[in-house]
Design a protein around this ligand. Structure first.
Ligand SMILES: Nc1ncnc2c1ncn2[C@@H]1O[C@H](COP(=O)(O)OP(=O)(O)OP(=O)(O)O)[C@@H](O)[C@H]1O
Ligand SMILES: [Mg+2]
Length: 272
């Protein structure tokens, strides 16, 4: 198998990386039926197992420490299955495990996961550690999640430029604009954010836009997935847009969903 690796990242905490990662995994599973794993590379304090309230019976530490060749069969015992059909690998068990992680180890784990899964979703950290850099350099697609706040927009813009300097191919880098306030005034309006990322520096695409929606938080606190519970929600549609933009829907012959210009129109009556 040669699975696709999608890395969800941001220079800002709390913008929705874990929410996007989990719902994207649920969406891929639902739409394609293919195998999906979410791996928590947000080191040392990742949020994947916490978001789903699962015990960390196995974690990334087990993948780091194992010296044996990981067979498909062994890999089954090193992941946690979820009721949505995708598997997860929770973040490292202890902060002390970090010293054992090298970029070679991260490369090895990503390579192994590509073999075992059709899709690998990486929830990555808010840092520029070797681990995060290696994950980013080994991904097929990167999604930078930002909110329309001044700090988030501009720091993530700089982050994007830095990723390119690092050697990441700009066509792999995409933007997901999250937690857009419905009523409140935004620091920077939607069209302006898209323009900043499309026109200043090396251009990148916007693959999804989602409103701030309290029900996302509520579903999360109930350990549910908004993509599954509320298919017509704005967030679910934004996740569909990612699949559309990445060609996942087309690749597996699923029904056509609203592309990004549709979403802009849906949210703001803007046509591009
Ligand atoms: N569009 C949205 N509207 C409302 N709440 C949201 C939205 N997106 C995410 N959230 C909620 O915001 C909170 C933070 O999201 P999440 O944990 O995914 O962020 P994160 O970027 O992974 O944060 P961290 O840096 O702490 O890992 C969660 O409670 C999540 O359910
Ligand atoms: Mg998180």
């Amino acid at each position: 198998m040669n699975g696709k690796v999608y890395c969800i990242t941001s220079m800002k905490g709390g913008v929705g990386k874990t929410e996007v990662s989990l719902n994207l995994a649920a969406a891929i599973k639902k739409k394609t039926g293919k195998s999906v794993v979410v791996v928590d590379f947000d080191i040392p304090y990742g949020g994947v197992s916490q978001a789903l309230a699962v015990d960390k019976d196995v974690t990334l530490t087990d993948w780091i420490k194992t010296n044996r060749i990981i067979t498909k069969e062994l890999s089954r015992s090193l992941v946690i299955e979820t009721k949505w059909g995708f598997d997860i690998i929770p973040g490292v068990s202890s902060v002390y495990d970090i010293s054992e992680i090298t970029s070679e180890t991260i490369k090895r784990i990503i390579g192994q996961l590509r073999e075992f899964y059709d899709f690998v979703v990486i929830d990555s950290g808010v840092d520029f550690s070797e681990i995060t850099k290696t994950a980013l350099l080994n991904a097929d697609k990167i999604i930078i999640v930002t909110t329309p706040s001044n700090v988030s927009v501009w720091n993530n813009h700089q982050y994007k430029e830095d990723l390119l300097t690092l050697g990441v191919d700009p066509v792999k880098v995409n933007l997901f604009l999250n937690q857009v306030p419905k009523k409140k005034q935004m620091d920077i309006n939607i069209e302006k954010v898209i323009e900043i990322y499309e026109k200043s520096g090396v251009p990148i695409r916007t693959v999804g836009i989602a409103y701030y929606d309290d029900s996302i938080r509520k579903y999360r606190n109930k350990r549910q997935m908004i993509y599954i519970q509320k298919r017509k929600s704005d967030f679910a549609k934004a996740i569909d847009e990612i699949l559309e933009e990445f060609g996942v829907t087309i690749m597996y012959g699923q029904d056509h969903k609203e592309p990004l210009f549709g979403s802009l129109k849906r949210l703001f009556g803007v046509a591009r």
